[in-house]
Ligand binder design. Structure first.
Ligand code: GLU
Length: 579
């Protein structure tokens, strides 16, 4: 597959007509010193490693990579999206987290995603102004750079501006993602103009430029975040959300949104205490609510620690039980009392682990009682039918380390591939549809129903593992609710099944989220299906799960960065100084 890479200026001078520039190879594994980066994209990894080479730190490099991904991976993430960032601060020996989750406007209520007492059809909700949350990324980038960075937002945006102006080579993934969105993009005039030049998805091997996004980034650099959070850009976003630029004659119903400029003014990125569990002598740090990443990965690891042996059956069962608890207990902590401490307690893990036997639990597994009082093993009872989780290949994850030993794990998103499909006219910027991560309802008592100023529950699971207070591993992935199982499977592969980190990322994946069948990649079913079927599991094939990146600190300043070898066309790992 052709790498998506920025086109050098000299090359562009030679181009007439569609470009067919040979692409250098992306490497999924890199090992060396002085810091490392892994992202899905060569341009983003290069931009980040260049920051590290010039003396920038891990936060500087991570935000630079994120802004570049907003250009080259615009369907996965961007400045009108959100995300969760974990940062290991080597000087203080602490893990910090920054929540840049999109937020519901204040006019949103528990029934805003319903009509006539029933949930709005998912597809209609996705492509709408209604699904657009107040963007969090810019506030998050700004906060991260101010708190922990050494460069300003303007400098972090510079490489991205260059890539947006010069263009990048369209690869098969970008082409296919555009083609999959063609029908809805064609119905939004601003989106069609940008992403369907000449009425069709850009050809593989052609050069894609986004000069409007370059101008938007440039103006953001000059005016600062308040240009978005209450200023002119914010007003344009609100206008777009309220009156999406739908093509005259389009049959599609595109609902308007509820966002006001005051919602943008009120937005804050939030520093939160991380979720943490002890696991095999390590400390595993993840994202606390409103993400369910840290609580669900952490609960599953705690359960596994209680079991006499850990293999793929135990992986699936611990994940099944943790997802039952995720569904019942996790939402935005400003609105719901999430029993995070109990969910991550050894007592609760013991009670849950008791339920795991030689064969798969009956579907659906019931949630447990994280109430602080944990008794002897009880027989498993089937629970209420779980709401089927949507999952997709969207979103992106990156990891960075620097020469001082700081580490970043950062997952960022605009939710669906292509977000809500609506480009802000003249700004080159796709809006998110993050509010479809809420439970649409009616679902009385569900902790994840929409609410005014509420953040939808996420599955994003940026993870940093410490050994004796020092970071040894960082990982994360896209993939909706499969993010959780992908991160869990990587940790199990590395720490239980004797895999190297590259092997753990490459290994065929399965995802059990308290569903009747376990979705799995065909290679997983071929290798493990028969043995697991005997134990009561059944599988539904799915072509690809996740697109992870990770890194491992090997001691003495040595670091190994790892990206996908094949999924989503493969990622790009780079180090500052090769071995
Ligand atoms: N919106 C999803 C979440 O926050 C991430 C997007 C995805 O990967 O599907 O969990």
């Amino acid at each position: 597959m052709i790498a998506r890479l920025a086109v050098p200026a000299a090359t562009l001078l030679l181009l007439s007509g569609p470009a067919t520039v040979p692409a250098p190879e992306k490497a999924p594994v890199a090992e060396g010193y002085g810091g490392a980066v892994a992202t899905v994209d060569l341009d983003a990894s290069r931009a980040a490693v260049e920051v590290l080479r010039r003396g920038g730190n891990a936060i500087d490099a991570a935000i630079t990579a994120a802004a570049t991904l907003g250009v080259t991976e615009p369907y996965s993430a961007g400045m009108a999206g959100g995300g969760f960032l974990l940062y290991y601060d080597a000087r203080r020996g602490r893990v910090h987290t920054i929540d840049g989750r999109e937020t519901a406007p204040r006019a949103m209520t528990a029934t805003s995603l319903q009509e006539n007492g029933a949930a709005i059809p998912t597809d209609e909700a996705i492509t709408s102004g209604l699904s657009a949350g107040v963007p969090g990324s810019v506030a998050q980038w700004d906060l991260a750079l101010r708190r922990f960075g050494s460069i300003g937002l303007g400098e972090a945006l510079r490489p991205a501006i260059r890539v947006a102006e010069r263009g990048f080579l369209v690869d098969q993934t970008f082409h296919d993602q555009t083609a999959a969105n063609q029908a809805r993009f064609a119905d939004i005039t601003s989106t069609a103009r940008l992403y369907l030049p000449g009425g069709a998805p850009p050809a593989v091997g052609s050069v894609f430029r986004n000069p409007e996004l370059a101008r938007t980034y440039r103006e953001l650099a000059r005016r600062g975040p308040s240009w978005l959070y209450g200023g002119r850009l914010g007003a344009e976003i609100v206008a777009t959300v309220k009156r999406p630029p739908v093509r005259p004659g389009a049959a599609r119903k595109v609902r308007p949104g509820l966002m006001e400029l005051s919602d943008l003014r009120a937005y804050r990125a939030i520093e939160r205490a991380p979720a943490r569990v002890g696991y095999k002598g390590l400390d595993v740090y993840g994202m606390a609510p409103p993400s369910s990443g840290g609580s669900t990965v952490g609960e599953a690891l705690n359960i596994l620690e209680k079991l006499p042996q850990v293999g793929l059956h135990e992986f699936l069962e611990s994940s099944r039980l943790s997802f039952a608890d995720r569904g019942k207990y996790v939402g935005d902590p400003a609105f719901t009392d999430v029993p995070l401490r109990e969910l991550l307690s050894d007592g609760f893990a013991g009670e849950r682990a008791c339920l795991i036997g030689a064969t798969a639990l009956a579907h659906p597994a019931a949630p447990g009682d994280p109430d602080g009082s944990y008794g002897p093993c009880r027989a498993a009872v089937p629970g209420p039918a779980a709401t089927p989780a949507r999952e997709g290949p969207e979103t992106t994850h990156l990891v960075v380390s620097d020469r001082w030993g700081n580490v970043v794990a950062y997952t960022l998103t605009i939710e669906s591939t292509g977000g809500n499909g609506i480009v802000v006219p003249g700004r080159g910027l796709l809006l998110n549809n993050e509010l479809t991560d809420f439970t649409f309802g009616p679902a009385p008592g569900d902790p994840n129903l929409p609410g005014p100023g509420k953040r939808p529950r996420s599955s994003m699971s940026p993870t940093i593992v410490l050994d004796d207070g020092r970071p040894v591993l960082a990982a994360g992935s896209p993939g909706g609710s499969t993010i959780i199982t992908t991160v869990l499977q990587i940790l199990i592969g590395r720490y239980e099944l004797g895999m190297t980190l590259p092997q753990a990322l490459a290994a065929p994946r399965a995802t059990q989220r308290n569903t009747a069948q376990t979705q799995a990649e065909p290679a997983f079913i071929a290798a493990h299906g028969p043995a697991l079927t005997v134990r009561g599991h059944s599988f539904a094939p799915t072509p690809e799960i996740g697109a992870a990146t990770a890194l491992e600190l090997l001691g003495g300043g040595r670091v190994r960065a790892v990206a996908e070898p094949a999924r989503r066309g493969g990622g790009s790992a780079l180090v500052v100084t090769e071995r």
